[in-house]
Design a binder for this molecule. Structure first.
Ligand SMILES: Cc1cc2nc3c(=O)[nH]c(=O)nc-3n(C[C@H](O)[C@H](O)[C@H](O)COP(=O)(O)O)c2cc1C
Length: 217
């Protein structure tokens, strides 16, 4: 079967994307607004985009009513009314319920920290707090926001953030900067309300030698 995106509903385009591009890592993004009020929300349209500069990107899509999500508003560069900063906290299985609860669409000013019981902890460089439950948090300064179709419901607004400080729980990373995956306990987002853990893993050499390796699966 083939599908021409221009003939599909937005809901069907969404399902064809999130149902196959998976598992997706989950960024739990903490921000503050101009009044210093905190906000936390999960995003799975999220990934690494650059090593030098060290950068991450996520996409809070435009709400069905055409407005920006609070995370986007807060992370916009100062010239566009935001604070130009945010923290990406990596979601883990042990606080998955709080992560999901943070997706509640609260009025601006009502904090998902209060709703979820997640704990704000001071960041070192940016004003937004990190989430203390996360094993890894990346403090970011907004480099660019790319709006794919301003004001159009479900359109992407890609926030690219330069990492200006990395917080890692003591003991989670060794001298070679290898992160302990069991300690990280990372989650993946599937379609609908589905999630997966990162407990089923295997190693494989890279490149043509992979063809001669035993099947690792
Ligand atoms: C696991 C998970 C992943 C999500 N990923 C996204 C995403 O990538 N983009 C998006 O716009 N909304 C995503 N959402 C929904 C937002 O978290 C939700 O709209 C939230 O209310 C936005 O909060 P804010 O207005 O405080 O920024 C996701 C929700 C969950 C539970």
């Amino acid at each position: 079967m083939e599908f021409d995106p221009s003939t599909l509903t937005a809901n069907h385009r969404y399902k064809l994307l999130v149902g196959a591009v998976l598992p997706r890592p989950i960024a739990v993004v903490s921000t503050i607004d101009a009044h210093g009020r905190t906000n936390v929300a999960p995003f799975s349209f999220f990934n690494i985009v650059s090593v030098t500069p060290m950068a991450l990107a996520l996409s809070p899509v435009t709400r069905p009513d055409g407005t920006d999500k609070d995370t986007l508003r807060n992370a916009l560069p100062a010239a566009e009314g935001g604070l130009g900063e945010f923290v990406v906290n990596l979601a883990a299985s042990c606080w998955v319920r709080q992560m999901s609860a943070a997706a509640e669409d609260l009025p601006p000013g009502d904090s998902e920290f209060d709703l979820t019981g997640l704990t704000p902890a001071p960041s070192r460089v940016v004003r937004a707090p990190r989430v203390a439950e996360a094993a890894v948090s990346y403090e970011c300064r907004t480099l660019q926001v790319v709006r794919l179709a301003e004001g159009v419901p479900l359109s992407g607004n890609i926030i690219i953030g330069e990492v200006v400080n990395v917080w890692v729980r003591d003991g989670l990373v060794n001298d070679a900067m290898h992160v302990d995956l069991d300690g990280l306990d990372a989650l993946g987002k599937l379609s609908g309300s589905g999630y997966c853990r990162t407990t089923d893993r295997f190693d494989l050499v890279r490149g043509r030698t992979a063809l001669d390796a035993p099947d690792p699966t």
